[in-house]
Design a protein around this ligand. Structure first.
Ligand SMILES: *Cc1c(COP(=O)(O)O)cnc(C)c1O
Length: 379
């Protein structure tokens, strides 16, 4: 099925192949194609919430991840709660989920952060035992496999995919996969009831997206310096201005069908670059995240530096050499709910560096970038 603004339509011919693939790999029930993972998460949350009162339903979200995961929850009327992460991987685990669970917990989102997949099985088992819906976020991990060899997306009750800029395929779009009954049956009603605002306008959406990004970056700087006096109340109060952001329908199904078979070669090119980073960077003042070796997906090459206090200066120096490095994975609880204290996420965010492995860079670039890191790290 595909979301068409205010209703669901049949799966477009172009997407029949990808849909059959996804359903077979994950033993899924149905696929709802939409414009983004944000939209897929929005529908997932609406399915979870159903008719419940807003204040009565909570979703547990990893403190490290994309802020769209929390924003979509608020838009769908679920209360986001934030689970701390493993300080070495940035992934949630059973202990951090349990620490945030209560009788209002309706769902847990597992983000396959940077393509990593470890630790999901105990969380899945816990969700199942407690009647809590497990949502897998595969935006950064398309094509990844779990410890037991099954594909990412084959454990959750609901799984969300992104094919937008900066993800594995960048052709545009997103998808919600339902794996377990009864979710497949109620999707129609949910979409009909909560579709896009009718005044939706693409140009305005693009400028709002830029504004949102700028706001996010501006706040990270305040959080980094622990200037917490106002930002999160300000952020939450300004958030309604961004209602509908990321909820547009899929624009071009044929672009996705054309890119679909490119996943495996794309992943191989990424692994080759990741191997090269590893060979140059090993032994430096950092810990290299290497579970892309197990999952088969390297979304960004990630490392945790041993010099958190000098991370900003270091990143600036590498950028001056002409290499894009990003370290904007700030804990979501600082934005949305500082009362959900997540000390390990804070430490992780102060150490993380992400490097490019996508098609915008080649092996020579990777080599020069890695040497720039070595040349600029504090001694
Ligand atoms: C990018 C991202 C999203 C949002 O994806 P869009 O398709 O751009 O809405 C959601 N979750 C994670 C983990 C992401 O990295």
């Amino acid at each position: 099925m595909i979301v068409l603004g205010k209703s669901l339509g049949p799966t477009p011919k172009d997407l029949e192949g990808p849909e059959a693939d996804l359903l077979e790999q994950t033993e899924g029930n149905s696929v709802i194609w939409c414009g983004s993972a944000t939209a897929a998460l929005f529908w997932a949350y609406r399915i979870v919430r159903q008719d419940e009162e807003e204040a009565n339903s909570e979703v547990i979200i990893p403190a490290i991840g994309c802020d769209a995961v929390a924003h979509a929850a608020l838009q769908a009327g679920l209360t986001p709660r934030f689970a701390d992460v493993d300080p070495q991987s940035g992934l949630i685990n059973l202990a951090t989920v349990e620490a945030r669970a209560n009788e209002k917990t309706r769902a847990v989102v597992f983000i396959h952060l940077f393509g990593q997949t470890a630790q999901i099985a105990p969380i899945a088992e816990w969700c199942h035992r407690h009647g809590v819906t497990l949502i897998e976020d595969i935006a950064q991990a398309q094509g990844a496999h779990l410890d037991d060899g099954r594909p990412a997306g084959s454990v959750g009750d609901l799984s969300v995919y992104s094919f937008n800029r900066t993800k594995i395929l960048e052709c545009g779009g997103g998808a919600l996969l339902t794996r377990t009954e009864p979710f497949g049956d109620i999707v129609d009603d949910i979409v009909e009831a909560f579709a896009l605002p009718s005044e939706f306008n693409e140009e305005r959406a693009a400028s709002l997206a830029l504004s949102y990004r700028n706001l996010h970056h501006a706040l990270v700087t305040l959080f980094r310096h622990r200037l917490h006096t106002a930002p999160w109340q300000l952020f939450l109060s300004i958030l309604p201005a961004y209602a509908g952001l990321g909820l547009a329908p899929m624009r071009d199904p044929s672009a996705l069908s054309e890119s679909w078979t490119g996943v495996s070669p794309q992943l191989r090119r990424r692994l080759e670059k990741a191997e090269h980073y590893s060979s140059v960077l090993s032994g430096g003042p950092w810990t290299l995240l290497d579970s892309w070796r197990d999952s088969g997906v390297c979304w960004r090459y990630s490392l945790l530096v041993d010099f958190p206090d000098e991370l900003v200066k270091f990143s600036e120096a590498v950028r001056k050499d002409g290499f894009h490095v990003s370290n904007l994975y700030w804990p979501l609880n600082d934005f949305f709910r500082p009362g959900d204290v997540c000390p390990a996420a804070d430490r992780f965010a102060r150490r993380i560096v992400n490097l490019r492995v996508d098609d915008s860079v080649d092996l020579q670039w990777v080599d020069r970038c890695a040497h720039s890191l070595l040349a600029n790290c504090p001694r």
